[in-house]
Design a protein around this ligand. Structure first.
Ligand code: SAM
Length: 242
């Protein structure tokens, strides 16, 4: 899977690309993350990518042309002079507080693409006219951040975990919160007793069937306690299927 990120701040990705599971997935050739500096697509010698917003009031806006040029270079097959050509295996996403709010379901959907292109806005955002070259706007929550860089890392991380081979034991993704509509069950590690707190006996029993039952029950309990809203939707889903 290939991720292409269009940004004014490539340096923000240095730690992200070099750390933990994402770094390993890149090293093993399972995912690729290409960072494109939007300034490389500006035509003047000052490499200008932004300008004042038309109308009164403060605020800078990212110009449409450098974004267009970057898209044209990355996916020429989808970009004509003034419109976006039908979707094939790529998705063009503008990270925006106004977009569809990102969740595990969206991550699953996005993990089916071969290539995802993320446009990171900054300042007041992007020139409205670039929207005809965007498939979708995605938000990581109802709050406003300085730029699309952190949101792009959030989305790339969550989607990458669902790409086969990125997380070593598939199981650990499937047991994660939200994967099957429930939160994850509690985890413990050594020592068996820590400051008076004991590891539940069943986990030490070696009885896989019992451990499995305990985990299922705990996942339900945890979900009911922490996120009753998602339990309700899971119940509705089960009722709909049966
Ligand atoms: N004026 C814009 C508005 O109110 O909708 C906000 C611009 S924000 C300061 C700058 C950039 O950060 C946006 O263009 C977007 O790319 C990114 N951004 C901010 N909050 C975000 C969020 N919750 N989810 C995704 N991207 C976000």
């Amino acid at each position: 899977m290939i991720f292409e990120i269009l940004t004014l701040f490539p340096e923000m990705y240095e730690g992200f690309l070099k750390t933990s599971i994402i770094a390993k997935a890149i090293k093993n050739g399972i995912i690729r993350i290409n960072i494109h500096n939007l300034r490389d697509f500006a035509k003047d010698r000052h490499r200008t990518v932004d300008d004042k917003s038309f109308g009164p009031g403060p605020g800078m806006v990212l110009k449409a042309e450098p974004i267009y040029k970057a898209l044209k270079k990355i996916i020429p097959e989808r970009i004509s002079a003034n419109k976006l050509l039908p979707k094939k295996t790529s998705g063009i996403i503008y990270l925006s507080p106004q977009g569809r709010v990102f969740n595990q379901k969206t991550a699953k959907e996005l993990s089916k693409y071969r290539q995802l292109i993320f446009i990171c806005g900054h300042y007041e955002g992007v020139d409205e006219r670039i929207f005809r070259f965007i498939d979708e706007e995605i938000s990581i929550g109802d709050y406003v951040l300085t730029g699309g860089e952190l949101p792009s890392m959030v989305v790339v991380d969550a989607v990458s975990r669902l790409v086969k081979g990125v997380v070593k034991k598939e199981e650990s993704v499937e047991c994660d919160s939200f994967y099957n509509g429930l939160l994850d069950y509690p985890h413990y590690t050594r020592p068996r007793i820590w400051r008076g707190g004991k590891v539940p006996e069943v986990l030490l029993s070696g009885n896989h069937k019992k451990i499995d039952e305990w985990r299922k029950k705990k996942a339900l309990d945890v979900t009911e306690k922490k996120r009753p809203d998602i339990l309700e939707s899971k119940k509705k889903e089960i009722r709909r299927i049966s």
